[in-house]
Write a protein that binds this ligand. Structure first.
Ligand code: DAH
Length: 387
């Protein structure tokens, strides 16, 4: 038997409750039965039509018929019922329309259980929603592998009492070269293909700007800031005029280190770096110091660690040597101290060591990444692997 709006004689709250319950039960039951679009229209008109719809009828038969004292209560109840019926009808509309919308937008696939959610949202918001808009999904971010390695390296040195310093990426010739004992026009400058800022010719050479080719200028800045003793690491971005390929990038990252105190010796350098490499790559790693040259250190060394692919036996990765070259280091050249003498760096009284490493290179070796460009392409499929 289809629902018909009863006339009310009793306007007590209990009687109104019961009448409201019956009405809602009826609209819900009828909503369930609605299947096609025509069906829906009949259903909507039966309940909502201005002329003779059920909602109009309760207005007439309940509200208008209510005796004076009950009007207020009945009015509130009728309004509440109207809202609920409207929501139930709207929910059915979305439900019936779902297949049509999906057909009109072949790209979207909305599983049945999600429709329920869309409809609920629409109800909660009291509005219709454009279900063709993409939903809100915020994937978790993750530290970039280069930054992660950088933080790991910094962490190892912080644990040994080092502080962290930074310097500018646009640097002067003076800090990038001259104060690091690369004299003007010295061929050692050619080892670092430099990107210069244009239009600087009028300035004295030492004041000309360039993109720093290494983090070593932070050594000078740190010593000007802080008198000895000093222990500092300086992470940061550096630039070289290199053509990009699998192992080169014009922008990359380094971590620099500097320790200056009385009686710092080469064995302190060896012990510190050996400990750092074991912390970063595992305690079975061995380090090897091989004579090298840098203008700002004397003596200088390149540090290699045991090849982690073959454990030192010799393989393609280490070019059959059993060793992988990882960083440069050395004892701070007395000529460098001359540039910071005014802040207490007297090479007769103090000594120090310095080191610098490429963060991308370490990361590539650590994770077996064979192309440096992967770090900069922002391909989420690559980055996700480090999440
Ligand atoms: N600055 C050097 C470079 O970019 C790396 C380096 C070598 C840094 C030796 C140092 C060092 O502090 O002592 O190639």
């Amino acid at each position: 038997m289809p629902y018909t709006v009863p006339k009310l004689d009793d306007f007590s709250p209990a009687a109104l409750d019961a009448a409201g319950r019956d009405l809602l039960a009826a609209v819900r039951q009828e909503a369930e039965a609605v299947s096609g679009e025509n069906d829906y229209k009949n259903f909507r008109d039966r309940w909502m039509a201005r002329k003779n719809g059920v909602l109009t009828q309760i207005n007439d038969l309940w509200l208008k018929a209510a005796p004076g004292p009950a009007k207020r209560d009945v009015g509130a109840r009728v309004n509440q019922l109207k809202t609920e019926v409207e929501q139930i009808v709207e929910k059915r509309r979305l439900w019936v329309l779902a297949p049509t919308i999906t057909a009109e937008h072949p790209g979207i696939e909305i599983p049945a259980q999600d429709w329920e959610r869309y409809i609920k949202d629409a109800q909660l918001l009291g509005q219709k929603i454009d279900i063709t808009l993409p939903g809100i999904r915020r994937p978790m971010g993750a530290e970039h592998p280069v930054i992660r390695t950088m933080n790991e390296v910094i962490g190892v040195f912080r644990a040994m009492g080092y502080s962290v310093a930074e310097g500018p990426e646009v640097e002067t010739d003076y800090f990038n070269f001259e104060a690091l004992n690369f004299p003007p026009n010295h061929p050692a400058r050619d080892t670092q293909d430099t990107l210069f800022v244009a239009g600087q010719e009028k300035k004295a050479q030492r004041d000309r700007l360039l993109l720093r080719t290494h983090t070593s200028p932070v050594q000078i800045r740190a010593m000007l800031d802080t008198p000895p003793p000093i222990r500092v690491v300086a992470p940061g971005k550096v630039h070289r005029a290199d053509t990009a390929d699998a192992t080169h990038s014009p922008v990359f990252h380094q971590v620099e280190g500097l320790a200056v105190d009385t009686n710092i010796t080469f064995s302190d350098l060896k012990g510190t770096l050996d400990h750092a490499m074991k912390s970063l790559f595992g305690s079975s790693m061995k380090t090897r110091f091989f004579p090298s040259f840098f203008p700002f250190t004397e003596p200088s060394a390149d540090v290699s660690i045991t090849c982690f692919k073959c454990g030192g036996k010799g393989c393609r990765l280490c070019k059959m040597s059993g060793w992988i070259e990882l960083l440069g280091c050395g004892m701070v050249d007395p000529n460098v101290f001359k540039f910071v003498e005014s802040n207490g760096y007297d090479s007769q009284k103090i000594s120090g060591f310095a080191f610098g490493m490429g963060v991308e290179r370490i990361t590539m070796l650590k994770y077996g990444i064979d192309d440096i460009q992967l770090f900069y392409q922002g391909d989420v499929r690559f980055l996700e692997q480090f999440a």
